[in-house]
Design a protein around this ligand. Structure first.
Ligand code: ATP
Ligand code: MG
Length: 156
C-alpha cells in the first residue's frame, strides 16, 4: 500500500492534539509541502507515529513542548518527534526499545503504559526497511527520528 506520509501524519496529530491540550501542551509541526510517499501498512504506521507523539506528551511533566517534522532526505523519508520532557539516561537509551521495559523512575506509576510501544515501533520499522534513532539528555528532552525508504509513485 502506498501511503502519503504528510496526510497520515496530519491525521495522527489531529487525534493526539486532545491529549496534548489536556496537559496544556503545545505541538508544533514542520511538514514538507511536497507529498512524501512510503510503502507500508497504514494502520501500523499511524500507530508508530501515535506512540512516539504519545510518549513525547506522557514523558513531559507539564506544558509539553513537542515538535514534529517530516522531510525527505535523499532516498528516505525522515520524521522527527522532539520533546523537552524528562529525557532518558545513556544507560536506558537502548533498553527502552526492549519489550516491557519502562524506565524505573520514582513515579513510574503516575504515567500509564505497557512498555510495549517502542518495541512495536521497532518491529514495524524493521519490516518496512526503516530505522529509528534516539538523541536524549536526562532532564532536557528527547528526539526520536525515524527513517523509511521513500517511494516514488510512478507517473506516466
Ligand atoms: P506503551 O506500551 O503504552 O507505549 P510505554 O510508553 O511505557 O507504554 P514505550 O513507548 O515502549 O512504553 O516506552 C518505554 C519507556 O521508554 C517508557 O516507559 C519511558 O520510560 C521511556 N520513554 C519513551 N519515550 C520517552 C520520551 N519521549 N521521554 C522520556 N522517556 C521516554
Ligand atoms: Mg509508549
Amino acid at each position: 500500500e502506498t501511503i502519503e506520509l504528510n496526510k497520515l501524519l496530519k491525521n495522527v496529530i489531529d487525534k493526539i492534539q486532545i491529549q496534548v491540550k489536556e496537559k496544556n501542551g503545545q505541538l508544533s509541526t514542520k511538514i514538507a509541502d511536497d507529498p512524501i510517499f512510503v510503502q507500508g501498512d497504514r494502520v501500523h504506521l499511524a500507530n508508530v507515529l501515535y506512540n512516539l507523539i504519545d510518549n513525547a506528551n506522557k514523558y513531559s511533566k507539564e506544558n509539553p513542548e513537542i515538535t514534529v517534522s517530516l522531510e525527505k532526505t535523499g532516498d528516505r523519508a525522515k520524521i522527527s518527534v522532539s520533546d523537552k520532557g524528562i529525557g532518558i539516561s545513556k544507560e536506558n537509551q537502548n533498553r527502552i526499545f526492549e519489550k516491557l521495559y519502562r524506565v524505573p523512575t520514582g513515579n513510574i506509576h503516575d504515567v500509564k503504559g505497557f512498555g510495549l510501544g517502542l518495541s512495536y515501533v521497532k518491529i514495524v520499522l524493521e519490516k518496512l526497511g526503516g530505522s529509528i534513532n534516539l538523541k536524549s539528555q536526562l532532564g532536557k528532552g528527547s528526539t526520536f527520528t525515524i527513517y523509511l525508504p521513500n517511494f516514488e509513485a510512478k507517473r506516466n
